[in-house]
Write a protein that binds this ligand. Sequence first.
Ligand SMILES: [Mn+2]
Length: 452
Amino acid sequence: MSLSPKELSAATDAINRHQRLLVIPHANVDPDGLSSALACYQMFKSIGKDVTVICPDTLPESLRFLPGFEKLEGEIAEDQNFVVTINLDDGVEVDKLRYTVDDGKVNIIVVPKNGKITTRQITFAEGERQYDLIVMVDTADLALLSTLYTDHIDLFSQIPILNVDHHISNTRYGQTHLIDPTAASATEVLYGWFMQVPDWQSKITPDIATLLLTGLITDTRSFQNPNTTPRSLEVAAELLERGARQQEIIQHIYKTKPLSTLKIWGRALNRIQMDTEAGIVWSSISREDLQEMEASSKETHGILDELISTIPNADIHVLFTEVEEGGLKASMRSSASIDCSRLAGEAYGGGGHARASGFRVKNYGNFQLQVLESIKTLKEGMERQRKESEQATMVPPAAQSKKGTEVTKATEVTKETKKEIPKKPSKDIVEGITGKSDASPSKDVVQKITEE
Ligand SMILES: [Mn+2]
């Protein structure tokens, strides 16, 4: 743990000195971000704070098992009240309060019971903000909040920020920092912090332990990634002792897929086609398939990896998906002998990396015929590349320079594959977000006034 006692106590102070906390993880939220935010929510609630916890995306349905998931709000309610104060001196009493709105003006009508109210008794002020501390978790930079930040820049510049993270790239925005780049997950940082505060230690419930372990398991890909340290394993063991429900996490993160996803995978695997001579394996999902399975085109994510592991011996693997907005999208992977970025570019103006690329076709009459047409075009492109490399091996200098580019591309590929693999359960279900803003305090006040 590379956090100093000074840093830890500064963070604890920040929490103790504030009351209305706003907890936010990064957008494109992942299990570590969301678990960290929910763990903060539960811990700070239990010590008597008012806490609002935000999920900057549509709620990922696959993480609904996380304790406190239903507390997540989608929008920052940024009501700043404008307060009109009437000084009730000279024994003036108020009988009624009304307001009217007309011609773009609000008239606040104060009916005195006795006496008279004059303009001299009236003062104005901007009311308190709804939050007095922002707790950012797992977020290397505020820009990663995307529109949640750009829509509320004032809020982020006026309210102090406590920045809790484990990314080495953290830009240290905010006033108080709790950043430990040696931690495998943001939840590991949180665990170290919570354990260090005597009053909080005992408040790590099995629910909070489950949240903290979720971040640790997912950010290390079940302790497979090199960021796993002896400390991470210790933390995991301690969390289990504190009642973290490890089986529940594994079940929901790694073993649960919606029925529609399984059906659409089944359809794709059933449709595998192969041209052994050309070295192509492909499959296709039409719009009718998606409708029939009640699936979305996003659920085809991951099928390509499945194709590759099912039939590894091919030079390219392609998955064609007819997308909702019209046209088709092709995702492609290749062996080292084919540059599939070039293949996609030459054929349909697509692109990507040497071993992972894609392209789109907008206009066609029949999807299945277009798939066959595309396969034919790709085959021609592969043929060209094979001929070229045959020629290149016969001319040493050209071959050498080719080798050079091959190497740089290979490094890109690793990055690309890494990018595509993360288990980021981004589902598109919006629920209960819009309803919540209705409950904002300002509205309550208005209702009270009208009732009277
Ligand atoms: Mn993380």
